[in-house]
Design a protein around this ligand. Structure first.
Ligand code: ADP
Ligand code: ZN
Ligand code: ZN
Length: 725
């Protein structure tokens, strides 16, 4: 059918297409980005108009009409953002409705969701001032509120201090004509000068500043403590001073009170934060503030990338190598790659910062696609830490800690300094085992052992969340011979407490810090600088400043050395470097003890003797030889089913119909952890040397895949530029 008013609507359904609807006769012009309520099957759904079609494949009599135009017809997403999202669903080959939904706060994905207006402030009218000059009389509370308003406009938040009935009082005053309101003007940033930049910082800032109004991707490559954040700050300063907005993305657990405090103090404004830990209401407020331009600075995790910001002038992505920038389910996008795309479309700079850049970014910098800015020294001239590799085959140990490490810990504490012990495994022991018959607790639904959480008396699966009480006797042979095998952070905590009485042990892992306030309290205690022990998982490796820590012990990294995942060595190098970077940040030099059974492993030797960059170059060469990313391009076709044979059959069929071309398909093969939540997970690897050829072939492949009978018996998804196997 041909009509000037056919709308293309993105709906939250797992289908690869848009849906055509007719605009209601009374509002024939509906702008792109507007939310609409439409009939879908027997339901009503909220969709977003993403375009207009001159004609529709749907016959005229079956074309339905939009039921309601929401938000008063005001488009919530601007045209540029819709363009970006369109690029995303084409590139990632994901359902458009799902992609669009990721740009809306959860509250606005529902019919009832409303775009909040700007926060108001309140002031006295002339009549209000007159009233204030008379005696209060019996209306004491009203009078109190009038007095509070006497000095000038006041926000609702400040009036709420008057009592729980403040809204009622306020509306009584408004009804009397004593008080009026208007939208609060946005607060102007109050920038305080930062420290004098050291030469490397100066060079980076000076080379980025002149090109602020144009696209450029800048890799800011500097060891921890080299002053990257200070460089970001100088760039943000410039954007904010000119009335622009800035977007800063950080890893999932990098959004710390410390970082926000630094932005607040230096830039003199309250950053709007957007992350999954917020309530729906908070998230909506922050999103609306960014969209209206009131929030000049947005700091958030991956999903904040799609926040509409009308005057966006710069995007900063801190710790760009971090795995949490890639979404691992549903819409599997890379926030890093899309940040670069968004900056290119808006003609603004994007800064990717890291002490351990990803191989992707290093290779882009090598090829001149990114400008490369190195910060070689620490901003505070603290020396880099010294390494000590412990050969664990020659050491006696206690709960996974070598005697040498324990001695060094004792010496450090006695000197009045702090120690960090890093182990990427929470819980008490990764396995509960019978010494009699060899039984071990494993998850019924996953290829994984159950982690023993001794204090809770439970066995937990860290992959599917399953839990059960820990048995006292062996379920197999009834012997009283159950023992934990291996160590987790809880056990380290216990051992260190016993061994070093009098020194507080602070544990940082998901079990401990999920309790509200604990993270902040513990960080506060560390900041005091008194001797203590920090024990934790990778949570410790990110974003924190621990100036009094002078010894870092890395308990065990051996798993990564022989992993089947080709990215494991890259991640191991980044992790070691990041953890080590936490030590001795101020005037004191730090020591890092690394415990391993494979001190002679060439990767480890290279990393420790020549540093991360040489290590990364060697990894890049290996990838080059194998044609692996970033030297080649990959997509995975993932499938899962209760029975392995179903997933395998689907993938076999899929491989059979893969279109010919230079991109090849390999597999099927089982995922590194095949069974999770009772489902078998397998994949095909699509790999080739040309990105465009890969996309062309995959685009031809998908419609056929959807029609395969075997596809109906599995859950499947395509993963472009995958990060996990
Ligand atoms: P990074 O982000 O690279 O880890 P930061 O920007 O956090 O580094 O800087 C590390 C420490 O050095 C911080 O305490 C910061 O205040 C300080 N610092 C940064 N730049 C300077 C400078 N030019 N002069 C003095 N101190 C600085
Ligand atoms: Zn037994
Ligand atoms: Zn499980």
């Amino acid at each position: 059918m041909v009509s000037p008013h056919i709308l293309q609507v993105a709906l939250p359904v797992p289908l690869p297409n848009l849906f055509d609807y007719l605009a209601p006769p009374e509002t024939p012009e509906i702008a792109e980005g507007t939310r609409v309520l439409v009939p879908f099957g027997r339901k009503k759904m909220v969709g977003v108009v993403v375009g207009r079609a001159g004609r529709s494949e749907v016959p005229a009599e079956r074309l339905l009409t939009v039921l309601e135009v929401l938000d008063g017809g005001e488009p919530l997403l601007d045209t540029k953002l819709i363009e970006l999202l369109r690029w995303c669903w084409m590139y990632y080959k994901h359902a458009p409705g799902d992609v669009i939904a990721s740009a809306l706060p959860p509250a606005l994905r529902k019919v009832k969701g409303k775009l909040p207006g700007p926060p108001l402030h309140y002031y006295l009218t002339a009549a209000g001032r007159e009233r204030l000059e008379q005696p209060p009389g019996r209306a004491r509370v009203q009078f109190e509120m009038l007095s509070a308003l006497a000095a000038g406009p006041v926000s609702g938040a400040m009036l709420s201090g008057i009592g729980s009935q403040w809204r009622k009082t306020l509306s009584a005053l408004t009804d009397q004509g004593w008080v009026e309101s208007e939208p609060m003007p946005p607060a102007a940033p109050q920038i305080s000068p930062g420290p004098k930049l050291i030469p490397d910082q100066r060079e980076a800032v000076d080379s980025i500043l002149p090109s602020m109004g144009e696209f450029g991707c800048h890799l800011l490559d500097g060891v921890t403590g080299s002053g990257k954040t200070e460089v970001y700050m100088h760039l943000l300063e410039k954007v904010l001073a000119e009335g622009g907005q800035a977007l800063v993305l950080v890893p999932e657990i990098g959004l710390t009170p410390q970082l926000l405090r630094r932005f607040r103090n230096r830039l003199g404004l309250e950053p709007a934060t957007i992350h999954s830990g917020l309530s729906a209401g908070e998230r909506l407020q922050a999103w609306a503030a960014a969209r209206s331009g009131r929030a000049a600075l947005v700091v958030g995790t991956r999903s904040a990338l799609f926040t509409p910001m009308p005057r966006l002038g710069i995007i900063v992505l801190d710790e760009e190598h971090d795995a949490s920038f890639k979404q691992q389910d549903g819409f599997r996008y890379s926030a890093r790659d899309i940040a670069v795309k968004r900056a290119a479309e808006l003609d603004i700079p994007v800064v990717l910062g890291s002490a351990t850049p990803s191989l992707e970014s290093l290779s882009n910098a090598d090829r001149g696609k990114y400008s490369w800015h190195r910060l070689r020294e620490r901003a505070t001239s603290a020396p880099l830490p010294a390494w000590r590799v412990m050969d664990m085959r020659q050491q006696s140990t206690q709960s996974g800690l070598s005697v040498t490490a324990l001695e060094a810990i004792g010496d450090t504490l006695e000197r009045g300094e702090q120690v960090m012990v890093f182990l990427n495994r929470r819980g008490y022991a990764p396995v509960l085992m019978c010494q009699q018959c060899g039984w071990s607790g494993s998850c019924e639904r996953c290829d994984a052992h159950l982690t023993w959480h001794r204090s809770m008396g439970r066995l937990c699966c860290h992959h599917c969340g399953a839990q059960r009480p820990a048995p006292h006797l062996c379920p197999e042979c009834r012997a009283d011979a159950l023992m934990g095998a291996g160590e987790g952070t809880q056990q380290l905590e216990e051992v260190l407490e016993m061994r070093f009485p009098g020194f507080p042990v602070l544990r940082f892992d998901r079990d401990r810090t999920s309790r509200k306030g604990v993270m902040g309290q513990q960080l506060e205690q560390v900041r005091k600088g008194e001797p203590c022990l920090l024990v934790g998982t990778q949570m410790l490796a990110k974003g924190h400043h621990f100036p009094a820590v002078t010894l870092v012990v890395i308990v065990n990294i051996d798993q990564a050395l022989y992993s089947a995942d080709y990215r494991a060595l890259e991640r191991m190098g980044q992790m070691i470097q990041q953890v080590a970077g936490r030590a001795g940040r101020m005037e004191k030099a730090g020591t890092v003890i690394l415990q391993t059974l494979h001190p002679e492993h060439p990767a480890l030797e290279l990393l420790l003797s020549r540093g991360y960059e040489a290590y990364a170059r060697w990894l890049l060469e290996e990838r080059q030889l194998a044609g692996l990313p970033p030297a080649g391009y990959q997509a995975l076709l993932r499938a899962e089913a209760h029975e392995r044979a179903l997933a395998e059959h689907f993938l076999d069929e899929a491989a059979r119909v893969f279109p010919p071309g230079e991109t090849k398909v390999y597999g099927p093969m089982p995922a590194i952890m095949e069974r999770v939540k009772g489902r078998s997970r397998m994949y095909l690897v699509v790999q080739g040397a040309s990105r465009s050829a890969l996309h062309r072939q995959v685009d031809h492949w998908l419609p056929g895949l959807r029609k395969l009978p075997a596809a109906r018996k599995v859950r499947w998804a395509i993963d472009i530029d995958p990060q996990e196997l």
